[in-house]
Design a protein around this ligand. Structure first.
Ligand SMILES: *[C@@H]1O[C@H](CO)[C@@H](O)[C@H](O)[C@H]1NC(C)=O
Ligand SMILES: *[C@@H]1O[C@H](CO)[C@@H](O)[C@H](O)[C@H]1NC(C)=O
Ligand SMILES: *[C@@H]1O[C@H](CO)[C@@H](O)[C@H](O)[C@H]1NC(C)=O
Ligand SMILES: *[C@@H]1O[C@H](CO)[C@@H](O)[C@H](O)[C@H]1NC(C)=O
Ligand SMILES: *[C@@H]1O[C@H](CO)[C@@H](O)[C@H](O)[C@H]1NC(C)=O
Ligand SMILES: *[C@@H]1O[C@H](CO)[C@@H](O)[C@H](O)[C@H]1NC(C)=O
Ligand SMILES: *[C@@H]1O[C@H](CO)[C@@H](O)[C@H](O)[C@H]1NC(C)=O
Length: 688
């Protein structure tokens, strides 16, 4: 008893300490495994939200059973951007108010740009640098017999690399005629005496040992499970920017002699805000995901939980290809995920030796390398890997970054290339393999000026997911068609893809957060919390209006109003570049005209306020806030604005998620503000 009392004392001391400092996390984590923290959703007795009548929702359940293939005919209408509206009649517990920009808004925010073909832009059809695996040589065929310069890789045995780790490792050589391509997987070159290495070649080195092992484990028709991931493509953006892909998918469903069925997952919600928090849990499950880890980085961080390791044991050849050179995937996966084939350092070389970049701030610059878009090289590599390993099981993951930029327009360049790739891939490998493709996005766009729109915010949460599946494969699972068709109209998320992928390879892995899309139904009552999605990533959070706020709510709303006022003025009236009030007047937030609210749980809530100011005629803001007294999203980087702490009946942190103007603020003042680099929405101009 004494020991228990001491334990309680120590525990409460630690909790107490935590109110004042953030450096106790490690200790707290240890303690929370024994007893939940005071302020947390796992301690429902403590309630720090304004509405204390909150009751947690019940687990989701669906008694209905899938219908067998023998009694169900899948014949969908052609997929259209707006057919998500049909979901409203299905009685789903999770149904977003908006699925994103309307067609008209979408056209004006993301007008057609019309990127020329790289072959036209650079006046060459292919590349002048080649790796010929038959002769195992590297050679150039520059116009006019020019001889330029070349760099080659890999430069070390990392499968993935953070840019800084490889940046100084390449060596530029003068090109002196053909050379051995032994151990060379990629090269960049220029035919001129300049420093723009726009000629490229990326060709896998065949691993015959791996092929033989894979072959020896084969006991049925080989499968290809393929994640073709288009970074930053919401479902709607896919319809807007890559209509040829959509037409191609529709043609597969429409053609009676087609060997494939396609499913359009209309309510596929993100699991986290960025690429890794969505895709890495597919690779390794939710438990193994962390954005960074310490210690030896040259490891396969996901270990035995990694899809590539589980699937390789089942005889799959594995490929992990990333068209980028960022720090996130290497940080979450380690540098040596044990895949048979990988692409990533090549794109670091592209960043170093060409003017092309893969990060989001790189706007309106077309990403060409020779006669092709940069993404073409990884697609060609993947096709070659599949060709070399024809007749074996394969797990392929490609991550294309063409839509990962802030204008939202460059996604257009995927339209032809991905369509042609898919068409050829199915044609070429469909005879020998049962193909199952997830044509998916990690998340929707999450940057750019337009991102402040609420509709854009929703789109970020609703990435595209199309499943393209060989009919002969689906026929082997008695409930597959009805299950896929039904699930495509219900809430799904990333963890479902993991369970389904493992199932396809003959491995059963049940989790509380996932369903097997091929033979289970996502329940009608499924909510984000049932899928492992946090409230701030959920597309279907419903707010209700508070018409008669009580005293507590009034008090909180006043604090929220002051906080927003400070924030708005700090970016306009008090803008650090200009003397106080020289461009924008002080904005005083006056009347709160609407209060919307939702409880997430006992320690998290959302507010949305509409607030007027007389600083300009009709000036009106809509502001979303999250309030929390647990540590749930402290480290989340994608929030735009800083945290504000306040104590009301507990230490609560407030964060503003978005501030938008709902009056028409366009006009002379908007221009003045923009010319000064000030957020126009926040500025009440001194003289306009
Ligand atoms: C590219 O190919 C097209 C069609 O085959 C041909 O007409 C054109 O001249 C080629 N362009 C170059 C620069 O070789
Ligand atoms: C793979 O198998 C083939 C045919 O059995 C054999 O000729 C070849 O030597 C094997 N290759 C390796 C690297 O084991
Ligand atoms: C080829 O595959 C085998 C079997 O997976 C592996 O042990 C070996 O390291 C691979 N070789 C290369 C060069 O990657
Ligand atoms: C479907 O597959 C069969 C057998 O592999 C093939 O003959 C046929 O051409 C395919 N159909 C289409 C439309 O490609
Ligand atoms: C890859 O691209 C080259 C042209 O650069 C082409 O010759 C080759 O056939 C392509 N590989 C595949 C598998 O399509
Ligand atoms: C706020 O409300 C008061 C009283 O209803 C009204 O007189 C005032 O004009 C309003 N202010 C704004 C900025 O609309
Ligand atoms: C703000 O509120 C709107 C309306 O309820 C909602 O659709 C949107 O997702 C909210 N924004 C954030 C960042 O939660």
């Amino acid at each position: 008893m004494k020991i228990f009392g001491l334990f309680i004392l120590i525990t409460s001391l630690i909790y107490f300490y935590d109110f004042f400092t953030e450096f106790t996390e490690i200790i707290i984590e240890k303690v929370t495994t024994i007893t939940p923290p005071l302020y947390s959703s796992s301690n429902p007795k403590v309630c720090t939200v304004t509405d204390s009548s909150y009751t947690p929702s019940r687990p989701s359940k669906d008694e209905s059973m899938p219908i067998p293939n023998s009694q169900f005919i899948y014949s969908p209408k052609p997929f259209e951007i707006d057919d998500t509206e049909n979901l409203r009649t299905l009685g789903l517990s999770c149904i977003p108010d908006s699925f994103g920009y309307s067609i008209e808004q979408g056209q004006s925010v993301f007008p057609y740009h019309g990127y020329p073909k790289c072959s036209v832009l650079n006046n060459q059809n292919d590349t002048y640098l080649h790796i010929d695996r038959n002769k195992n040589i590297l050679y150039m065929d520059c116009p006019n017999g020019n001889r330029g310069k070349v760099v080659t890789g890999p430069v070390d045995d990392r499968k993935l690399a953070k840019g800084a780790e490889v940046y100084d490792k390449w060596k530029v050589k003068k090109y002196d005629g053909e050379e051995s391509a032994e151990g060379i997987e990629y090269g960049l070159a220029t035919c001129e005496d300049d420093n723009e290495y726009m000629q490229a070649s990326l060709v896998p080195i065949f691993n015959e040992t791996a092929f033989n092992i894979s072959k020896s484990k084969l006991n049925s028709k080989p499968r290809i499970i393929f994640f073709l991931t288009l970074d930053s493509m919401s479902r709607r953006h896919t319809f807007r920017k890559t209509p040829r892909i959509i037409n191609f998918l529709n043609s597969l469903n429409a053609n009676p002699s087609s060997n494939y069925s396609v499913f359009d997952f209309k309510l596929h919600n993100i699991l986290g805000p960025d690429s890794i928090s969505n895709q890495v849990p597919i690779f390794g499950g939710l438990d193994h995901f962390s954005p960074e880890f310490s210690g030896d980085q040259n490891i396969d961080r996901l270990g035995d939980a990694a899809l590539w390791n589980i699937l390789r044991n089942k005889g799959y050849i594995t490929l992990l290809g990333l068209e980028n050179c960022d720090n996130y995937f290497p940080g979450a996966l380690g540098r040596k995920p044990q895949v048979d084939y990988s692409v990533n350092p090549f794109y670091c070389a592209v960043q170093k030796y060409t003017p092309t970049r893969f990060d989001k701030y790189y706007e309106l610059q077309q990403r060409c390398l020779g006669g092709h878009q940069t993404h073409w090289y990884i697609l060609n590599y993947t096709r070659t890997v599949a060709e070399l390993n024809r007749g074996t099981n394969m797990f392929l993951y490609n991550h294309l970054n063409s839509a990962h930029e802030s204008s939202g327009l460059h996604a257009e360049t995927l339209n032809d290339d991905v369509t042609e790739f898919l068409d050829e891939f199915l044609e070429s490998f469909g005879k020998d393999h049962e193909i199952f493709i997830y044509l998916n996005a990690d998340h929707g766009m999450r940057y750019g000026n337009w991102y402040k729109d609420l509709d854009a915010y929703t789109e970020q949460k609703l990435p595209s997911l199309f499943v393209i599946a060989d009919k002969k494969l689906l026929d082997q699972y008695p409930y597959s068609y009805y299950s896929l068709a039904t699930n495509s109209q219900r809430l799904t998320s990333k963890l479902d893809l993991r369970e389904t992928t493992l199932f396809l390879a003959g491995v059963i892995e049940k989790t509380p957060y996932s369903v097997n899309l091929l033979e289970e139904l996502s329940p009608i009552t499924r909510l984000c919390e049932h899928v492992g999605i946090k409230a701030w990533d959920c597309s279907c959070i419903k707010m209700s209006e508070i018409l008669e706020p009580n005293k507590i709510v009034k008090g909180v709303v006043d604090i929220l109003k002051d906080y927003a006022e400070n924030l708005i003025n700090s970016a306009s009236y008090q803008h650090p570049f200009y003397p106080l009030g020289s461009v924008c007047k002080k904005v005083i937030l006056e009347n709160v005209t609407k209060i919307y609210h939702v409880n997430i749980n006992n320690v998290n809530e959302y507010f949305k306020l509409e607030i007027e100011s007389s600083a300009r005629k009709g000036m009106k803001f809509q502001i979303n806030y999250t309030l929390m007294s647990d540590n749930a999203n402290k480290k989340r980087s994608s929030f735009q604005y800083r945290f504000e702490n306040y104590a009301y009946n507990a230490p609560v942190r407030i964060k503003i998620l978005s501030i938008s103007r709902i009056d028409k603020f366009a006009g002379p003042c908007e221009l003045i503000a923009r010319n000064h680099g000030i957020k126009a929405e926040f500025c009440a101009c001194v003289d306009a």
